[in-house]
Design a protein around this ligand. Structure first.
Ligand code: BGC
Length: 316
């Protein structure tokens, strides 16, 4: 059986043909260009499905979409995704079903990453874990007893908007000082550019000084690997913020395994070591036993595997 899995990100739309036994058969990616508006993006999603259909070795049974925002319990409607401006309440599954004549269901992107990890990835051996996805937005998914915890209406796990400083910076949501506002990709890049402007002899500043707006987290990891002290310090700062947020997740849920995925997590221990240290420094003693932060080694595939699995569940 084959399902089409889609990961609707703030920067790119990734899609895959997912086989129930063999996993990902083929993957595709196109830019999101969310600034071109909601209708443009909905059409683009329909094109993405049509393209995947053509490439499929057998007829796909359905489409599963991981989208940012709050998803309804019936998995059809997306509400208020912070990084897709102009999307308030969108009946996404119905639009895709009408445009492609394939059954479709939607789930929060980070929830699907959590599900993918529980079935195929770093979360496979755990009954309970919390997934934190570090991308353009920062998302979360809670796995309890091997299943997704969805809350009263489907919206549980908005972990990027859990506040660590209520007077802190704002991302695209009403909360202030949530970790998305510090380590969401664009915010981290902006912070890094500011820090480099204060270190004009630093090698990374010299490399990017005429186009600091192009600096991305990956440039920080590469510089950190080469021993760049400012890059290492920026990543340590990001890791600490993450660690403090994680303390809130552990205290709320009593779940002690945290799995981190998404682009920024590729910084590995440059971020995760300070996150562990910061979390342990503020955690109540009884919660420390068994506490750990893991890196999701399957990377972005996890979200696509989760979305493909959702597509296949529709036909069951
Ligand atoms: C959204 C989440 C989403 C995350 C990752 C956040 O801004 O609020 O719903 O899971 O970004 O895309």
């Amino acid at each position: 059986m084959i399902g089409i899995g889609i990961d609707l990100g703030g920067t790119s739309i990734k899609s895959a043909l997912v086989d129930s036994k063999k996993g990902i058969l083929k993957q595709f990616s196109v830019p999101t260009e969310a600034n071109k508006g909601k209708d443009f993006l909905l059409n683009r999603l329909i094109e993405v499905v049509e393209h995947a259909k053509k490439e499929a070795p057998e007829a796909p049974v359905g489409v599963g979409i991981g989208a940012p925002g709050i998803i309804s319990l019936d998995r059809k409607t997306v509400s208020n995704p912070p990084n897709l401006l102009g999307w308030d309440v969108v009946p996404l599954a119905d639009v895709i079903e009408k445009g492609t004549r394939l059954p479709c269901r939607v789930e929060n992107d980070a929830n699907l990453a959590a599900l993918g990890s529980a079935r195929f990835g770093a979360g496979k051996d755990y009954e309970h874990f919390v997934m934190v996805t570090l991308g353009t937005g920062v998302g979360g998914g809670i796995i309890f007893n091997k299943n997704l915890f969805r809350g009263a209406t489907g919206g549980a796990g908005e972990l990027g908007h859990v506040m660590i400083d209520y007077n802190g910076p704002q991302s695209n949501s009403p909360t202030q000082g949530g970790i998305e506002a510090y380590i969401g990709q664009r915010f981290l890049s902006r912070y890094a550019a500011d820090r480099l402007r204060q270190n004009t002899s630093n090698e990374l500043f010299l490399r990017f000084k005429d186009h600091l707006e192009d600096l991305e987290p990956v440039d920080l990891f590469n510089a950190a690997k080469e021993g760049n002290a400012v890059a290492k310090d920026i990543l340590r700062w990001a890791g600490e913020k993450l660690g403090f947020a994680i303390v809130n997740y552990v205290h709320t849920l009593d779940i002690r395994t945290i799995v981190v995925s998404g682009g920024v997590s590729r910084a590995g221990d440059f971020i995760l070591a300070p996150a562990r240290e910061a979390a342990l420094s503020r955690m109540m003693d009884p919660f420390k036993k068994g506490f750990d932060i893991l890196f999701e080694t399957l990377g972005n595939d996890i979200a696509l595997l989760g979305a493909g699995s959702l597509a296949m569940e529709i036909s069951k």
